[in-house]
Write a protein that binds this ligand. Structure first.
Ligand code: NAD
Length: 491
């Protein structure tokens, strides 16, 4: 069984790849060059029906009742198989996204392996709640909650860290005994498809993992989320789409887990170790060309070190190396598509209209070497903006940040929390007490002190406000992917 027939990327339903249909397909472009690298079979509504039915059958045929230790062992085998086929996954991720090979290896594919191993451990170690209830007359009752799989889960994921974000959901969903219908982003169909092979090789029964390709509204995304056979939706993507999906599932009152957009702040105090802060800020603004939901787009800097931080960040931004993804020296890839670049460039215009000073970047680079058809953009920093400017309020999702000065701790907290989003924040200071105090006062799901995107996969991940609903990670994932039945026994 192979995922690719020539340059076709196929749907995977009920344990088999579905033969492609020329009439309903779309092309997938390599964002580094602009060249078409594959044709993707778009799933129609009947195929989504088949995927949901196959998932239900797999549950009923026994997957939902598989012993936990068997499911954990299967997850570990999947992790081993990804490691064995590591470079295939790296190549597939690069072909879809144009991201640098070093990042694909060290972040995207490495984290996919870690996701499977972590959730194998988490599910194997999980206990269950029980309470002894005192009753009148000295008798007692025993209450215990049995956790059952949620059922058929729709998994809708974006394009920025495709395999990482997919496995972040698939691993706990399968660990808990669910069957899934996955709709990868139309921009990144490859690794979800390759994962179908790996999971089958690891021994996952047919129908437990299904992949349907396509777009959102009027396509596979909508067919899956509106399907009456779906028991819940786990979604990572933009806040606008999340809101739409919520409306879609509302009539049938299905649970949702939403990991949505961000407009994340960094707060830099003047007691900080400047070089360490600059290294961390550079990562937090520019990793994956700024296309990580956790990326910093607002940098608040205490006034006395503002110029030094601004100058240091400009220097580091100019030191980033845009180039061929397979060149190990490349640090920064293209944006995902020309459409997304148009969106980011629109914010460049808005920044200019708002009177920003562009302290580095601000345009489209000319890279030559066959890369000029790609969706490249310059790492860009602005000063002179305020929290009332759209550029500082709306998620841009590019390698960009606005640098804004502050004077006091209270002002910094108020500026950082002045947003409709609430995903992540980072605080940079050598004062330990202040680090804890400010991090705890951030109105976000995740706050880091003197670091960024350092994850323990057992800890909760998610956001508040426009950034999402619910938490995944460790036990939080087990809670979303299961439903408890409380049993009360009078003793
Ligand atoms: P998007 O919302 O456009 O698309 C996400 C997924 O939803 C895609 O698979 C898409 O095809 C699908 N979709 C679109 N419309 C749909 C509809 N009507 N019904 C069902 N499915 C639909 O997001 P994107 O551009 O792919 O990703 C970037 C966004 O994702 C950013 O906002 C980013 O912050 C967010 N994100 C959040 C996290 C997090 O953990 N909080 C992580 C990564 C990305």
């Amino acid at each position: 069984m192979t995922a690719d027939t020539g340059r076709w990327i196929r749907n995977f339903v009920d344990g088999r790849f579905v033969d492609p249909d020329e009439r309903s397909s779309f092309t997938k472009v390599d964002p580094a060059t602009g060249a078409v690298h594959a044709r993707v079979h778009e799933a129609d509504e009947p195929l989504v029906d088949r995927a949901v039915a196959a998932a239900r059958r797999a549950l009923d045929d026994g997957w939902a009742r598989t012993p936990v230790r068997e499911r954990a062992a299967l997850l570990r085998r999947a992790a081993d198989r990804i490691e064995e086929r590591f470079e295939e996954f790296v190549a597939a991720e690069i072909a879809d996204t144009g991201k640098p090979v070093t990042q694909a290896r060290e972040l995207d594919v490495a984290r996919a392996v870690a996701n499977f191993r972590t959730f194998a451990d988490v599910v194997a170690a999980a206990g269950q709640e029980s309470f002894l209830t005192d009753l009148a007359g000295g008798r007692q009752a025993l209450n215990y909650a049995v956790r059952k799989p949620l059922g058929v889960v729709a998994v809708i994921v974006p394009w920025n860290l495709p395999l990482l974000l997919l496995t972040w959901k698939i691993a706990p969903a399968l660990a808990c005994g669910n069957a899934v219908v996955v709709k990868p982003s139309e921009e990144t169909p490859s690794t979800a498809t390759l994962l179908a092979e790996v999971l089958a090789e690891a021994g996952l029964p047919a129908g437990v993992y299904n992949v349907v390709h396509g777009f959102g509204g009027g396509s596979a995304g909508e067919y899956v989320t509106s399907h009456p056979g779906i028991d819940g939706v786990t979604f990572t993507g933009s806040s606008a789409t999340g809101s739409h999906v919520m409306k879609t599932v509302a009539p049938r009152v299905r649970p949702v887990s939403f990991e949505l957009g961000g407009k994340n702040a960094a707060v830099v105090f003047d007691d900080v170790d400047i070089d360490e802060a600059l290294d961390g800020l550079t990562r937090s603004v520019f990793t994956n060309t700024g296309q990580v939901c956790l990326c910093t787009e607002r940098v608040y800097v205490q006034r006395s070190v503002f110029d030094e931080i601004a100058g240091g960040l400009v220097e580091r931004a100019r030191g980033l190396r845009l180039g061929r993804p397979l060149d190990e020296a490349t640090t920064t890839g293209p944006l995902i598509s020309q459409t997304h670049r148009d969106k980011v460039l629109h914010y460049f215009d808005l920044a200019e209209q708002a009177g920003a000073e562009v302290i580095t970047g601000g345009g489209v680079p000319r890279l030559g070497e066959g890369l000029d058809g790609g969706s490249w953009i310059e790492p860009t920093l602005w000063t002179g903006l305020t929290n009332s400017d759209r550029v500082v309020r709306e998620e841009i999702f590019g390698p960009v940040a606005a640098l804004i000065p502050f004077d006091t701790e209270a002002e910094a907290i108020s500026l950082a929390n002045d947003t409709d989003y609430g995903l992540a924040a980072s605080v940079w200071t050598n004062d330990l007490r202040r680090g804890h105090r400010v991090a705890q006062s951030m109105n976000v799901g995740m706050a880091w002190v003197n670091t960024w995107f350092l994850r323990d996969l057992r800890s909760p991940f998610g956001g508040v406000g426009l950034s999402g609903i619910g938490r995944e990670g460790g036990e939080s994932s087990l809670h979303f992917y299961t439903e408890p039945t409380n049993v009360c026994v009078q003793l």
